[in-house]
Design a protein around this ligand. Structure first.
Ligand SMILES: [Zn+2]
Length: 421
């Protein structure tokens, strides 16, 4: 635990986290409405009730599943500051029937979970090894835990409830926002920035203690569609042109020892084929393309297109279409004009006795899109690890530290925009 403040917040953060984790809020990629699944609305309504009970009387959930609430300020500053986390959990691991387990004063050894043969091995998880002595929360082995992002939700809830109950602590006007469908890339889509009415915001959706992130990937998707010539195989001599085989040749022609998710790290980008379907008549490859540098991202897209065109040039009877779409921008471009927003977070983390960890996110957050839409929104740690898997875990002490950072951040903004120091 980093401070007395964190120690005071810990029981409430844990209690809330365990309650929220049990609600199945897994989002669904095939979205027909917002939110994509009813469980997210169930959690949204619970949070509205709890926010009202804490004294945030205007708390409500809109027709798209966005929760918003205000904690009026008590300082001299006029800046309204937003706190954002997402309601949904990832569709990439089972999300129903989550039964959290608290491993009190974790002994630093292997954690064997009761279901699914799941083992958390500190030998392979240095961050877990570093949490010996903490209270570590896991799921039961066959579901995700949902610390991504219910840790963030619980931390914001505990922090604003604490601030509401302690009016002697300085704070700006705070706007709380909980978003649906972040994991399927739609968290910011229907977020009403005007109604939210904050000048800047922070997502609590990071991982390690101390993380402060103002840089995400720039993201694009691309689709290659191929039409072959399908002929009865018994009469195909010299006629059949196999679309699926052409798709396979395109994949083989792309780099495999670089520019892939499994061969890159840090600031390196990649081209990732995440779905491949094909018959002799038709084939389709879906790609995501990522980089921190917009020029490099364009180069990756050009490489992809040229590689596909070169393969297709060998078979003029087949047809190909190539289509790419921007997904989200690197938030750094949009945060540079507001250095005080990141500086305040840095100051709050230091005030909690933690050294800020400035790492770029190899992914996106709600903040990538919100920052581009005019609401500067860097990302803060929430404490969870092994996101989107049955091995997901979070330390109670780290969650409490994140909630304490939010309380300190409020103090820093209470009298207006802080200077860089
Ligand atoms: Zn998340």
């Amino acid at each position: 635990m980093t401070s007395d403040l964190a120690a005071a917040l810990a029981p409430d953060v844990l209690e809330r986290f365990l309650r929220y984790a049990r609600i199945d809020t897994q989002s669904r990629r095939e979205r027909e409405r917002s939110p994509s699944t009813p469980g997210q609305l169930e959690l949204a309504r619970l949070l509205v009730d709890e926010l009202r009970a804490a004294g945030l009387g205007d708390a409500d959930v809109d027709e798209h599943g966005y929760v918003m609430a205000t904690l009026p300020g008590n300082g001299t500053g006029a800046t309204v500051v937003g706190l954002i986390a997402h309601l949904d959990t990832s569709p990439d691991a089972p999300g129903a029937g989550v039964e959290p387990i608290v491993h009190e004063r974790y002994d630093g050894g292997r954690i064997e979970l009761p279901r699914g043969g799941t083992v958390l091995d500190p030998g392979e998880m240095p961050d877990l090894a570093g949490r010996a002595g903490h209270d570590v929360v896991t799921a039961s082995g066959d579901t995700l835990l949902g610390a991504d992002d219910k840790a963030g939700v619980a931390e914001i809830m505990a922090a604003v409830a604490y601030l509401a109950a302690h009016p002697e602590l300085p704070r700006p006007t705070l706007r709380v926002g909980f978003t649906p469908d972040e994991e399927i890339g739609e968290g910011a889509t229907l977020f009403d920035i005007e109604r939210f009415g904050a000048e800047c915001a922070y997502t609590l959706d990071g991982s390690k203690l101390g993380e402060l992130q103002d840089e995400t990937f720039t993201a694009a998707s691309a689709t290659v569609r191929i039409e072959g010539v399908d002929v009865h195989p018994g009469f195909a001599t010299g006629k059949l042109v196999h679309a699926g085989r052409l798709a396979a040749r395109i994949l083989t022609a792309l780099p495999s020892d670089r520019l892939t998710p499994e061969t890159t790290s840090g600031r390196e980008g990649f081209i990732h084929a995440y779905e491949i379907t094909g018959t002799p008549a038709q084939a389709r490859i879906e790609f995501i393309v990522r980089d921190f540098d917009d020029d490099l991202l364009r180069e990756h897209l050009d490489l992809l297109r040229h590689t596909a065109e070169e393969v297709m040039a060998t078979e003029p009877r087949a047809r190909m279409s190539f289509e790419s779409r921007p997904q989200y921008p690197n938030m750094r471009t949009h945060l540079e004009a507001f250095p005080e927003v990141v500086a305040a977070a840095e100051q709050a983390i230091r005030a909690e006795g933690i050294e800020p960890l400035r790492t770029p996110i190899r992914g996106g957050t709600d903040g990538s899109v919100l920052s581009a839409r005019g609401l500067p929104t860097p990302n803060l740690f929430a404490g969870g690890h092994e996101f989107h898997s049955v091995r997901e875990w979070v330390s109670v002490q780290d969650m409490a530290s994140a909630a304490a950072v939010v309380v300190r951040l409020a103090g820093i903004w209470a009298d207006g925009a802080p200077g860089r120091d």
